[in-house]
Unconditional design. Structure first.
Length: 184
């Protein structure tokens, strides 16, 4: 579908997702190391898992903190899941790590809202679609998008300034015309 306007919203939880991933992988790494040290049966997968997770954690932290580049931890979560599957206790913990690895990228994506002639679509999981009739007012001002629903709900989020402020007035006129045409 082609949208007349696409507004990209800031993702407020990307940093928390990264911290949670680092915490889970770091704690798991310590558990793997502890199991390797305490166990009489020395499994090579545990020590290789610890080394690989530590190496990738340090690389991601360096890239994120020093280079200020975006990083993804999904592959680290997958590796951690594989090592958890080999553990003699709690191998079922590999399942949540696999799920977290699958949803990590989606959770860190910026939310996009597409405005077309017949509907408004939130590019989220699951995808949400609204008709123009569902809104009383839609305004974009100073990088703040406000969607006022008919049922007195209010959605307000900061946008990522991609094209500058020149399009705000044009976008607001477009939304006002659409809302006026559906209310008439």
């Amino acid at each position: 579908m082609v949208y007349e306007y696409v507004v990209t919203l800031q993702n407020r939880i990307a940093r928390q997702v990264d911290r949670f991933s680092v915490l889970l992988c770091g704690a798991s790494m310590l558990m793997f190391l502890l199991e390797y040290i305490r166990s009489t049966e020395k499994r090579l997968v545990h020590i290789i898992g610890v080394a690989l997770i530590a190496l990738l954690l340090v690389a991601n932290l360096y890239r994120s903190v020093k280079l200020k580049k975006p990083v993804h931890y999904n592959y680290l979560l997958f590796i951690t899941a594989l090592v958890w599957a080999s553990m003699p206790f709690y191998p079922w913990l590999s399942i949540p790590f696999l799920i977290l690895g699958l949803v990590e990228r989606q959770a860190k994506k910026n939310l996009e809202i597409g405005f077309s002639s017949d509907r408004i679509v939130f590019n989220s999981f699951p995808r949400k679609q609204y008709a123009w009739e569902d809104f009383d007012n839609i305004v974009l001002r100073d990088n703040l998008l406000t969607l006022d629903f008919n049922d007195n709900r209010l959605f307000q989020r900061e946008t990522i300034d991609e094209e500058g402020d020149a399009d705000e007035d044009e976008f607001n006129r477009y939304c006002a015309e659409k809302l006026k045409s559906v209310s008439a």
